[in-house]
Write a protein that binds this ligand. Structure first.
Ligand code: SAH
Ligand code: SF4
Length: 385
């Protein structure tokens, strides 16, 4: 039997083209797309307004398959995390963060990451591989309809939507897996699929300058940039990609992006590392650095992990740092850690599932570390803007 095509790999135009090859008109592709992305259907026989002949062709040639769920945990605060199997012993995380008036899904774009930032556990695992479009959009597809099933909400465009915001802030550097990421973004925005507004979809990057420009042309969603440092020598050390695209180039790219962005600011993420990048002097240097740019700061309390050798800045320090930015007129928020009771090792276990011995060892190591440094450990965070 020839391999069947996974329809989650197609954006709207590609689905039209593929249906064309089957001898079907474009409106059939739209119907099919709505069944998949608005009703969460994967069983072609359930697609009742498609002709029986088309359903038979689909059964023969196609499949709708998201990555398999390895584990599914819900935290006391409602945060829900799935670990998904992406083959060859690799796993990625998807996290749903419910809030009063919205639900945010944090999705991954790569298994591992090659950028290797000093404070990031994903980077420490090294790079395994890029996720396909089906594996990226499959996270949204799986999560949206699974959340609805849990609550007993009808599928369909009128069913109460659970995911109102998407952030590409899970594992991996989205702009180093450009094509599948942008294809997934287009489907998130499409009215015959998820219909999310550009403002509600945020891509976070460590600063791949040429791809920031390309994104502004191809699919300008809200942009978050992981800054983490107030000068080049510090950033070279924390985010190695800075050696290739230093701060002046990165900030110029942010400025260019604003011409096309759905919001009139860029979010700058800044991970608060005790004694490394969190002094008053760093804050003042930052104010001068970003002065020309319309931006907001999001300070992220560092979530420690054993191999990092780094510690989180204390709350008094984080607040004092935020105050300096705010006194300079920059809107600044501090991220709150969410969901840390469901898996202390958030972001640490993925990618290790193939090796059970190693997994056990790591779990123990993390439990020890948690005992030493407290429970707020892991990388689940709430985004406040
Ligand atoms: N690769 C992209 C997106 C994924 S990381 C990027 O770097 O922007 C999403 C955010 O999580 C980044 O801002 C990153 O700095 C932050 N992060 C990574 N490890 C962290 C940790 N241990 N504690 C707190 N934030 C972390
Ligand atoms: Fe990669 Fe982002 Fe982690 Fe850096 S912070 S290693 S870019 S996932």
């Amino acid at each position: 039997m020839t391999a069947r095509t996974n329809l989650l790999n197609f954006d709207p135009a590609q689905l039209v083209a593929w249906c064309g090859e089957l001898g079907e008109k474009p409106f059939r592709a739209k119907q099919l797309q709505r069944w998949i992305h608005q009703f969460g259907a994967s069983d072609f026989d359930a697609m009742t307004d498609l002709a029986k002949s088309l359903r038979d062709k689909l059964k023969l040639h196609a499949v709708v398959a998201a990555p398999a769920v390895i584990s599914d945990h819900t935290s006391n605060d409602g945060t829900r995390k799935w670990l998904l199997d992406v083959g060859q012993g690799n796993a990625v995380e998807t996290v749903f963060i419910p809030e009063e008036n919205r639900g945010t899904l944090c999705i991954s774009t790569q298994a591992g990451c090659a950028v290797n930032c000093r404070f990031c556990s994903t980077g420490k695992q090294g790079f395994s591989r890029n996720l396909s479009m089906a594996e990226i959009i499959g996270q949204l597809w799986m999560a949206e309809f699974e959340l609805r099933r849990t609550k007993g909400i009808e599928p369909g465009p009128k069913g109460e939507r659970q995911i109102t915001n998407v952030v590409m802030m899970g594992m991996g550097e989205p702009l180093l897996n450009y094509e599948p990421t942008v294809t997934a973004l287009k489907l998130m925005l499409d009215d015959n699929a998820y219909g999310l507004s550009r403002r509600r979809v945020t891509l976070s990057t460590s600063g791949v300058v040429p791809m920031i420009d390309k994104l502004s042309q191809d699919c300008p969603v809200a942009l978050a940039v992981s800054l983490h440092a107030s000068n080049d020598s510090l950033r070279d050390n924390l985010v190695p990609l800075n050696k290739k695209y230093p701060l002046a180039e990165l900030l110029a790219a942010c400025q260019r992006y604003l011409e096309f962005a759905p919001r009139d600011f860029v979010t700058l993420e800044y991970c608060m590392l005790d004694g490394v990048n969190d002094t008053d002097a760093h804050a003042h240097e930052l104010v001068a650095l970003v002065a020309p740019l319309s931006c907001k700061f999001n300070l992220i309390p560092f979530n420690p992990f054993p191999e990092s050798g780094l510690l989180r800045s204390n709350n008094v320090r984080i607040k004092a740092f935020a105050q300096i930015l705010m006194d300079a007129g920059i809107v600044t928020t501090i991220r709150k850690t969410r969901g840390d009771d469901i898996d202390a090792a958030c972001g640490q276990l993925a990618g290790e599932v193939q090796d059970r011995t190693n997994l056990q060892e790591r779990t123990q190591k993390i439990a020890d570390y948690q005992q030493k440094y407290g429970k707020d450990f892991g990388r689940l965070v709430e985004i406040r803007e």
